[in-house]
Write a protein that binds this ligand. Sequence first.
Ligand code: GDP
Ligand code: MG
Length: 451
Amino acid sequence: VAKGFRDVRNRFEGKREITEENIDGALKDIRMAMLEADVNFRIAKGFIERVKETALGEIVRVKAKAGEKVEVTPGDHFIRICHDELEKLLGPVDTSIMYSNPRLGPTKIMMVGLQGSGKTTTTGKLAKYLKEREGKKPLLVGADVYRPAAIEQLRVLAKRIDVPVHAREGGDPVEVCRESLKIAEEKGCDVILFDTAGRLAVDDVLMDELEMIVQQTKPENIFLVADAMIGQDAVNTAKEFNARLEVDGFIMTKLDGDARGGAALSIKEVTGKPIKFIGLGEDLDALEEFRPEGLANRILGFGDVMGLMDRFERTLSEEDAARAEKDAMRMLSGKFDFNDFYNQLAQISKLGSMSELMEMMPFGASMPEGAQVDDDDLAKIRAIIQSMTEQEKSHPELLTQQPNRVRRIAKGSGSPLEKVEQVIQQFNMMQGMMQQFSNMGGGFLNKIPGL
Ligand code: GDP
Ligand code: MG
């Protein structure tokens, strides 16, 4: 994983201004980060040129006398320029869905894409989103009649979100879609989602069929579902689909994996169509409206901090969310003690795997082996933290300074000494990360004058 921003920051360590000489290394780092994130080399090249021009042309000299504290470093400026430039490339944002005039019938959304790209899953996710967030009444249509399991998969998803399905095994997909218009009205549904068939590669038979569906149903929205994992290949696919069907936007899936989403830049450039949503997991909640800042950070290796916060918000109950927000504010201010640590672990075990969450943190932080937390582990950690005094919980440095405290805690919690030491180590690591997070995340943006 490219370290992107971190490397860049180090490059400017001790430098007081951006110059032709000291910018070159940083530009190389950014270029590498972009290529590793699947950004097309030509796009990366243009990007680097623009960043260089801006960085050298802008007044970025930060003068400071020796020993004086410099709040805005050339590194900060440079990162901000990269980030802004990338946001420009990813924008303008248009996550809208085109709704029909209700008097003229339901809104139609047609999902297209290669086999395995995530059409069926995303159909379910989008239906859930429309139902819960937009108050719509969706109808799912199984237009992938070729794979026997496809319709069943759609039915299972539909059941989980409690929405109706129209499908006919072995039916004609064009016919099935056409019928669904009437069925939607009968059932009082106002949005229809067509889950169409995909192939391993684009071919005429498939395109003819999709074109027929378009002709017969006139969908207001055609969304191309593209798998971020296939990187650059997704670009050609997008081009071919768009040439035949005039898609309205695309949805990039599997951004929860290793893929860093650079292909989205190319797809956007090649098709000129906006990114509407991104898929961040197999779960039906793992769909987010596209925001450039999240993807920009991810491509440059800064971690999707916003995405993380968003997910927190939606997964936790309101009470939890309020507490999480308070915790987050505390942590952003650089404070982090054992109480926070325990709360974090408890939330993390609720949200998903620790390593998955860490991936979304700044710097693409990764968890050391064996740091995963399950319920069992959580109970042990709870016992250890409960064996601490209040003073120890809020002043964790006491534990590092006075080993007899660690021995007492081990005894009190019935855990081996090594386990307690491991927990303290995990705590220290997380505290360190929170501090970095606070230094950077809270730091560079609001310290820049005039921002
Ligand atoms: P389709 O053939 O285009 O309909 O693709 P499916 O919806 O059946 O998805 C193919 C596989 O990708 C399934 O195992 C899905 O669970 C998985 N998948 C879909 N979207 C995502 C995503 O955003 N993240 C991850 N990790 N997996 C996804
Ligand atoms: Mg499918």
